[in-house]
Design a protein around this ligand. Structure first.
Ligand code: SF4
Length: 380
């Protein structure tokens, strides 16, 4: 059945009265969950910039009980792109090879400069909106074009699809794609982790399916709730997560069934894993994440910029944050942007200090735009 043309379908998920009813249910369930656990506070982590945008933009934290912390984890792919990966892209551009990448990635610094800095000094860098635009650029260019590919598995599917569709010989990929689940493993496994439940990103689960979280939930004893992105999607997912915490029910719950199935999108998964495989590697601000990097398979080395231009590299082996920046601590859920003394003073979207202030999916950038605990906006 198609959605009504008047937009009422969309507004159904933004209804303030329903939001208030869900908030009341959440408050009661959180009280019960705290009693059942004998805890003072509960923490639920989501791992998606789009969830943080919905939470902050619609002021959902103002509907959440005071003793429930809703925390954003490592859910911004640009923020977790490792410094050495950015350095690799900058080195290619400095060598005169055209590097095409997404707008947010363009502005994030590696250990020294960003692609924007290199561009300002005359290096060939292009901002693109999609991988297909980068492929088109290669088709109309006589020189080499490297697509600096970042993003989680959802975005990696588009890169894989472009390669499978066929690319010109002068096109290659420098993959900085990341796989979210291994980073959830790292956060859940941290000593003294206080995360009692995770919300999983509905768009990624549309591809991967909800089943990929089942063994994670079981091993860590932490429920995972797959959530959509409208305000009521997020609130309903928080209610389900709080219920599961209260009941000690460490299973996976799909609260976004209008898009997500248990198996996911099998053709998209096939496309993804035909081209890519998982490798261990650094996530900026987090750590070495086992199987957290999505890299081109050996069969695709002819399109892999790391092999085509073997001489490039980074002067650093791992990320370090600029002085005063606490992005890494924020991304593992142990601080929030307002804990950073540079937030909104020396660090702004116009003049960002850390990666979390650059990307529209970064916690600091989102909180700068909407405030940390904004009031509920009336749905229109
Ligand atoms: Fe880093 Fe800026 Fe965020 Fe502070 S406000 S943690 S400096 S990105």
């Amino acid at each position: 059945m198609s959605a009504p043309a008047d937009g009422t379908e969309r507004l159904r998920f933004r209804d303030p009265e329903r939001a208030k009813r869900l908030a009341a249910a959440l408050a009661a369930i959180v009280d019960d969950a705290l009693l059942a656990r004998g805890s003072e506070r509960l923490a639920i982590m989501h791992v998606c910039g789009s969830h943080e945008q919905a939470i902050s933009k619609f002021g959902l934290r103002s509907l959440v009980p005071e003793r429930l912390d809703v925390i954003m984890g490592p859910g911004c792919p640009v923020c977790v792109t490792d410094m050495p990966e950015i350095d690799e892209a900058v080195a290619l551009a400095d060598a005169g090879i055209t590097v095409a990448t997404y707008g947010d990635m363009y502005r994030v610094r590696g250990s020294g400069r960003s692609l924007a800095d290199a561009h300002a000094e005359g290096a060939p860098v292009e901002v693109v909106y999609s991988v297909s635009q980068a492929v088109d650029l290669a088709r109309t260019s006589t020189g080499e074009v490297v697509f600096f590919a970042c993003g989680f598995e959802t975005t990696a599917v588009t890169t894989a699809a472009a390669l499978l569709a066929g690319v010109p010989e002068n096109f290659s990929v420098l993959s900085a794609h990341k796989y979210v689940l291994p980073a959830m493993e790292v956060v859940a496994g941290l000593p003294d982790s206080r995360i009692a439940a995770f919300l999983a990103a509905g768009h990624a689960a549309t591809i991967t399916g909800s089943a990929i979280f089942e063994s994670f939930a079981q091993r860590h004893g932490i429920p995972v709730v797959v959530a959509g992105f409208e305000p009521l999607d997020v609130l309903a997912a928080l209610v389900k997560a709080a219920e599961a915490i209260r009941d000690g029910d460490a299973r996976v719950f799909n609260m976004f069934p209008r898009c997500v199935t248990r198996e996911g999108n099998l053709p998209a998964q096939e496309c993804l894993w035909q081209v890519f495989e998982l490798e261990s590697g650094g996530w900026r601000g987090i750590a070495e994440v086992p199987a957290g990097n999505i890299r081109l398979r050996e069969e695709w080395r002819s399109c892999d910029a790391r092999y085509r231009f073997a001489s490039t590299g980074s002067p650093v082996k791992a990320s370090f944050e600029p002085a005063g920046c606490i992005c890494g601590t924020i991304m593992i859920g142990r601080a929030s942007p307002v804990d950073c003394s540079l937030f909104k003073t020396k660090c702004t979207p116009q003049d960002p200090v850390g990666a979390c202030m650059v990307s529209s999916e970064g916690t600091c950038r989102i909180w700068h735009e909407y405030g940390g605990l904004p009031v509920l906006q009336a749905a229109r």
